[in-house]
Design a protein around this ligand. Sequence first.
Ligand SMILES: Nc1nc2c(ncn2[C@@H]2O[C@H](COP(=O)(O)OP(=O)(O)O)[C@@H](O)[C@H]2O)c(=O)[nH]1
Ligand SMILES: [Mg+2]
Length: 112
Amino acid sequence: MRNIGIFAHVDAGKTTLSEQLLLKAEAIRTLGSVDSGTAHTDTLPVEQRRGIPVRAACVRLNWKGETINLIDTTGHTDFSAEIERSLWALDGTVIVVSGASIPSANYSSVII
Ligand SMILES: Nc1nc2c(ncn2[C@@H]2O[C@H](COP(=O)(O)OP(=O)(O)O)[C@@H](O)[C@H]2O)c(=O)[nH]1
Ligand SMILES: [Mg+2]
């Protein structure tokens, strides 16, 4: 079993990537969407309503015989304690860099 965290600033595409990984691993049948409030890791009503991540969310998938707990973190510095808390549990991380926008100034606080 491996615990993998996904990190980036807000709106970089963490939740969208998580959704694609879940689909690719056949953990879900239908691709959810952040924009329509159906992403599997945006589960809190406030996250679905406002499209902002508040808490780190954990989903499980199987890949080539390995169980992976995927932790989709919040990129908001307001919730940085939530980001730090998830670090303790991780075996590895994926850092998402958005090619569609200029990296946010809060990258440093989220990633370092
Ligand atoms: N054009 C484009 N938009 C994306 C991509 N990934 C995510 N988005 C959009 O960027 C916004 C933020 O994505 P989200 O996954 O919520 O980012 P998060 O805050 O890092 O979890 C949403 O409106 C997504 O539809 C991508 O690869 N290309
Ligand atoms: Mg998100």
